[in-house]
Structure formats: structure tokens, C-alpha cells
Design a protein around this ligand. Sequence first.
Ligand code: UDP
Ligand code: MG
Length: 317
Amino acid sequence: MDISVIVPLYNEAESLPELEAWISRVMKAYAYSYEIIFVNDGSTDNSWQTILDLREKNPNVKGVCFRRNYGKSPALNVGFERALGDVVITMDADLQDSPDEIPELYKMIVDDGYDLVSGWKQKRYDPLSKTIPTKLFNATARRVSGIPNLHDFNCGLKAYRRDVVKNIEVYGEMHRYIPYLAKNAGFARIGEKVVHHQARKYGKTKFGLNRFVNGYLDLLSLWFVSTFGKKPMHIFGFLGTIMFLIGFCAAIAVGAIKLCALWAHEPARLVTDTPWFYIALTMMILGSQFFLTGFIGELISRNSADRNSYQIKDEID
Ligand code: UDP
Ligand code: MG
């Protein structure tokens, strides 16, 4: 099969027939063999019934129905598990992404050898309250992830080589960082294509402003897990050592000051009168805390189920 189109959706019943017709039209024009996997993320409108009706007319339509709303990432993950196509395309259900982009995305994966191509909504039709924070968000994501050529991490329209989607796990709200997940799994050829964007035609956005706070926290934990997840002692042990050393030197300074005073028969001041005493105290306590955290981190990572899961590209047996 050439292409799997995965569409996560939450209460998008009005858009679905139009979207399905448009995708099918493009697929027929280019004679691709394809499937459309609608993942109904616990919609409370009649999205699922609409999908069943579409299936009656078009056997290429497939669907998964969640019992409740889990979020866009779990919906994508389930779609990725089901996908059969050589190239996997994801797009939002709200008709903001145009299926006319599919042939070009397909070509970039198959002919130009990209592992992942992300859409870039260069000209957006969204409110300013969304576009300005998005610019900041993308600048940070570029830095942290080390993928300097992407302008629009969270674009719903993306194309993947099948290997990519079978080897990444999208959970929580990590759909914003799929290129980063792919890069961490060893897929280095990540490209970008400018895509057309339209204003939402039906319904309203499913993500509020808290997307930006959660987005940053996710980026932070992803960075942490990908850098130190398998070797927590490297960060905590390092910080612990530095702090302990500072504390230790400060303790020596406290002792030395006291001794000098006694030596010179000056009226001895209490050790608690110098700031070094407090620096020594906090630094040594914090340093040992960091060390203990590192040890506990090591114990946890040694016992985690995927401690030895590495990305294997190919196998001969
Ligand atoms: N979506 C989903 N589960 C959710 C929230 C959203 O499957 O919990 C789908 C939604 O139906 C749409 C896509 O994710 O197909 C993108 O959502 P939306 O258009 O609301 O996001 P925005 O365009 O505002 O970033
Ligand atoms: Mg949208």
C-alpha cells in the first residue's frame, strides 16, 4: 500500500465527509493505493456514525474509536500502530490542512529520501493570540531539539516513512515534538515543506492557551529524558560533586578563620557569624541530596522495562 492517512479527531463530524471526499479525490487522481484511518478520540457528537457511513461508501476508510477522550497524541499513536502504507501522512480533521499537499509530501519521502517531512504553515489563518506564542515556542524547540531547519513543529500535516512511525511512541502531549522523537530514534533526514493553511471552517479549536505552558514542560522533560534518561547519575552526580566541593571548601574556610582568630588571641567570633558557615551547610546538604537522587535515578532506570530498548534499523538472521 502506498499511503496511510491518519486523522485524529475530536468532535469534528461536520468536517469529515468533506475531508474524506477531498482525500479520496487526490488519491484517485494520482492512482495511489491508500487507506484513511480515522481515530475518533472519544467524540461526543456523531463523528463515529459519520465515519461508519463513510466506510459504507468507501472501503479504504478505516476507523478506531476510543471510549473516551485521551488526546491527540494517543490518537496518533494508535493510528501509527495500525498504518500499513509505505508513507504515512497525518492531518487534522478540521480542514485546516489541505489534502492537495499529499502527492508532493509523498514524493519527498519516496524520491528525495526524507524520513520525515513536516508542514510549515508559513501564512497562518489563526488568531494572533496563537501565532505569536507559537513563534516563540518554535524558536525554543529548534534550539533544544537541535533540529535547526524546522519552523513549525506542531503542524498537524506531516509525512513519515513507515519505519519512523513504527519506532516512535507518542504519548502524553508529545505530538508537538514528533520530529524530536524521530531524531532521538535515529531518523536524521528531517525536511520541511511550506503548506497552505486555512481558517477553521466548522467547530472550534480543541486546545486552549494552556497548550503553551504544557508544551514547554513537555519539551523540558523530553530533553531531560533523552539526554540523561539512561544515565541519571551523570547529571545528578556532577551537580552533587560540585556542590559538595563548594561546601567542603567553605567548611575549611570556617575552620581556618576560627583557628586564625584563636592563634592571634583575638576575641574568637562564633562560627555562625560568618556567611561561610551557612554556605557550607546548605551546599553539603544539597550536594548529598543530589547524589542520592542520582542513585535513586540509576536504580529506577536499571529496573525500567525499556532500559535495553535500542533502535535497531535492520536485522539479518
Ligand atoms: N484532537 C484530538 N483529540 C483532542 C484534541 C484534538 O484528536 O483531544 C484533534 C482535533 O479534532 C483536530 C486535531 O486534533 O483534528 C487538531 O486540533 P485543533 O484543530 O483543535 O488544534 P489547533 O488547530 O487549534 O492547533
Ligand atoms: Mg486546527
